[in-house]
Design a protein around this ligand. Structure first.
Ligand SMILES: [Zn+2]
Ligand SMILES: [Zn+2]
Ligand SMILES: [Zn+2]
Length: 308
């Protein structure tokens, strides 16, 4: 592809979303809806643009780079936009789509008639849209390198949402309802960034937080640094919280008090405290507690017995 024309859609989209937060705080409900809708649409268009420039023309036969550069063209309409994203295997979840449809119809009514919006209803719809929009931005744009993770506007949006009670509650509830995720999360294993127990360790020290939508590529290190001071432990002679994992052998298994369990920060395997014992000889290695009434020994100590 020739050099990409920078349309600043994502930047403008994030601006509109920030503006909608302002409107909401000033009780300008009409503008909240208008700006949020424009913002979300620009972000979806940006994603489509990154599939192929042509696709943001409603009529792709009319595509030419000059029109694109001048912004002098009919850009893709809502329904076309969604169906083209789908064709490109970019997933807009059903609930997200339903909320966008709602926002779109409200926006149209607002533009043409005088409508009274109920503030609580509007707020709950807005929250639902944002619950889907943030993971969309992270997964489709940030983790595909179309947007910098540290982008200032994105950071503002996330910071704002993480202070907004309605958002926090709804987001946690939506995670709670996704059973396949919930079952993999450990109570008390807190995200080093947002402190929610919404982490899933995917292996190889990679982990994902489903609350703040952060992908960790070195979870073990980030978690330990956030929760312990290894340097101080080494100097003051405290106990290192890390054990050797009985599955993957990395020095990354820790005890989590809240869920009374041991979890490996590297491979993600976890056992309840009852399933685990400390080796009866060296008292430092963890072992799988097969026969709870008998002393258990680690492989190293068993080797020692055999060779001595
Ligand atoms: Zn988090
Ligand atoms: Zn492990
Ligand atoms: Zn041992």
């Amino acid at each position: 592809m020739p050099n990409k024309i920078e349309l600043k859609m994502i930047d403008n989209g994030l601006d509109f979303i920030l503006r909608s937060f302002n409107d909401l705080e000033n009780n300008e409900l009409k503008y909240t809806a208008l700006h949020l809708y424009s913002g979300v649409l620009l972000i979806l268009k940006e994603r489509l643009y990154n599939v192929d420039e042509k696709l943001i023309f409603e009529n792709t036969n009319k595509y030419n780079r000059n029109s694109l550069r001048n912004g002098n063209f009919q850009s893709v309409k809502y329904e076309t936009l969604l169906s083209r994203l789908k064709e490109a295997n970019i997933i807009i979840q059903n609930e997200f789509k339903a909320e966008l449809d709602w926002l779109r119809s409200e926006r149209n009514k607002m533009e043409h008639f005088h409508v009274n919006i109920r503030i609580e209803a509007l707020k709950s719809h807005i929250v639902n849209i944002l619950i889907h929009l943030v993971p969309f931005i992270k997964n489709e744009l940030v983790y595909n390198y179309f947007l910098d993770e540290d982008d200032e506007k994105l950071q503002f949006i996330i910071e704002y949402l993480h202070k907004y009670n309605g958002y926090i509650k709804a987001k946690l509830k939506s995670i709670e309802q996704q059973e396949h995720l919930k079952i993999q999360m450990i109570d008390g294993l807190q995200c080093p960034y947002c402190s929610n127990d919404t982490i899933i360790i995917e292996g190889d020290s990679e982990a994902y937080c489903y609350f703040c939508e952060t992908r960790f590529t070195d979870f073990e290190v980030e978690y330990i640094n956030e929760n312990y001071n290894l340097h101080e432990i080494a100097i003051d002679g405290g106990t290192d919280p890390r054990y050797e994992c009985i599955d993957c052998r990395s020095q990354a298994m820790i005890y989590i008090e809240d869920s009374h369990s041991y979890i490996c920060l590297c491979c993600g395997v976890w056992y309840s405290a009852e399933q685990i014992a400390t080796c009866a000889r060296c008292e430092s290695q963890l072992v799988y507690n097969k026969y709870p009434d008998e002393p258990a020994f680690c492989d190293y100590c068993l080797d020692f017995f055999i060779s001595s």
